[in-house]
Design a protein around this ligand. Structure first.
Ligand code: FES
Length: 131
């Protein structure tokens, strides 16, 4: 909560490293400011978080357990612990990139983003539905 118009800074942990971050800020924005790379397609600062592309999935650690959650729907709070590069996160992200490549094979945005994460091919076929 802002105190005297100033954001309160809290301590969070990302990939086992501690950082100061603004309480209440969307975690995806915090990560971007800290230069921690998380792919994302649907987040738009001017809109409420929608969480539809699922490319920004990270693992939230709570009491030693992890839960996959879109980074654009997480609000920063003191003690927040996030993992952005686990094998589960990478596997999830790569499958999504393959699905997007199948869905939009001509999209340069998707191709470039997927290639940045090492995904250049898809094993999925786009299903064409006829009336
Ligand atoms: S940016 Fe799309 S779900 Fe987070």
């Amino acid at each position: 909560m802002p105190v005297n118009g100033r954001k309160r800074m809290v301590t969070i942990t990302i990939n086992k490293n501690q950082y100061l971050a603004e309480e209440g800020e969307i975690f995806l924005l915090t990560a971007m400011r800290l230069k921690i790379d998380i792919p994302h397609l649907c987040y738009e600062k001017a809109l409420d978080p929608y969480g539809s592309c699922r490319l920004c999935m990270v693992e939230v650690v709570t009491c030693g357990k992890t839960e996959m959650t879109p980074a654009c729907t997480i609000k920063v709070h003191n003690g927040l612990e996030i993992l952005t590069d686990t094998p589960e996160v990478i596997k999830h992200r790569n499958i999504l990139f393959e699905l997007y490549l199948a869905e939009a094979p001509k999209s340069e945005v998707i191709k470039e983003m997927a290639a940045k994460y090492g995904v250049t091919k898809t094993r999925f076929l786009k299903k064409i539905v006829h009336d």
